[in-house]
Design a binder for this molecule. Sequence first.
Ligand SMILES: Cc1cc2nc3c(=O)[nH]c(=O)nc-3n(C[C@H](O)[C@H](O)[C@H](O)COP(=O)(O)OP(=O)(O)OC[C@H]3O[C@@H](n4cnc5c(N)ncnc54)[C@H](O)[C@@H]3O)c2cc1C
Length: 340
Amino acid sequence: MPFEHYKEVDLSSRNTLGLPSVSQYLGAFHSVSDLQHAFEFARNLSLPCFVMGGGSNILLPEYLPGLALLSSDRSIDIMGDEVTVGAGASWDNLVAETLKNGLFGLENLSSIPGTAGAAPIQNIGAYGVELARFVVSVEALDLQNGLAVTLTVDDCQFEYRDSLFKRHPERFVVTRLTLKLSTRFAPILAYQDLQRLPAQITESAEGLRRAIQSIRAKKLPDYRVFGNVGSFFKNPTLMKSVIQTLEQAQVLNSNTRSAQGKVSAAALIQAAELGDLSVGQAGISPKHHLVLENRGGATLTDVLTLAHLIQEKVERRFGVTLEIEPQQLTQLIHAPNPKG
Ligand SMILES: Cc1cc2nc3c(=O)[nH]c(=O)nc-3n(C[C@H](O)[C@H](O)[C@H](O)COP(=O)(O)OP(=O)(O)OC[C@H]3O[C@@H](n4cnc5c(N)ncnc54)[C@H](O)[C@@H]3O)c2cc1C
């Protein structure tokens, strides 16, 4: 079957940072068999391949030589307390759909942009909840042997904003995932912002979802106004002694570090007084110091130069290394499988 594809596709409206980018080829896949055809097409033309979702956690170069692949499987199938979702479904639609069907658990993950297929890549998390706690299995094409595989939650090796998939982007293309949810609503309100909410709001999952949507809208800049990828740096985990020193210096306090030693990268950037830093049209959002924004016409070089400046200044000031969260697609080339 021929693989349907487009040539020289403008991706600037397909990445939330709004970086100018053109992909040499772009094609969609619905099934593993479509993917196998796509890789055959790529092999024949010696094209590197890479997979993207909604473009909300990637840094695109101006030109992507190769074949960009997107899932068009937006199916959501509910069976009892389990839901199986296609990689191309919008994550937030999935959250809304599960709540509508009386399945609970995903409400704290409301309003995270992007697709369901990308959710396991960095084990999305927000407001004290991570995807990993719901995952039954992830279906993927294993590019090492060209076969469809079903990975269990343990196989996925989920960690904070990390997984097997993120560590081996050349190996797996996620096609579907199955999550186990709860038929009983048990709100998770450990996160500080949620503790302050009145009980009548948090007594229903819809109420909690609306509250989280509203908190996020207030805290985070709208990527449709100023392009961004949400948090640009991961929150680092530091040793107790380092946290104590930073607390004594009034850089951190009980609100900006967790009992497990994770500290707010935004607090470090703020304490380093970097809020006004900008490079070209890339700057730090005045709404949230962890968000780098495109003020109109920023290039990948602007964004990365700004990010490296922030890393350098935070490291020099506090001895803490900040790790960049979004993926640079140039590092994410899926080598076409020679055996597939
Ligand atoms: C305003 C804003 C707020 C955000 N808030 C949060 C938040 O609270 N918590 C959080 O965790 N993240 C957050 N993010 C980051 C982002 O939304 C998530 O990481 C999301 O899961 C990315 O989905 P995507 O479909 O846009 O993936 P993309 O950005 O297109 O891709 C991200 C990575 O996944 C890979 N990938 C995508 N699909 C597949 C697939 N099917 N198979 C294999 N690899 C694949 C890509 O190659 C790339 O490495 C936020 C982003 C924005 C813009």
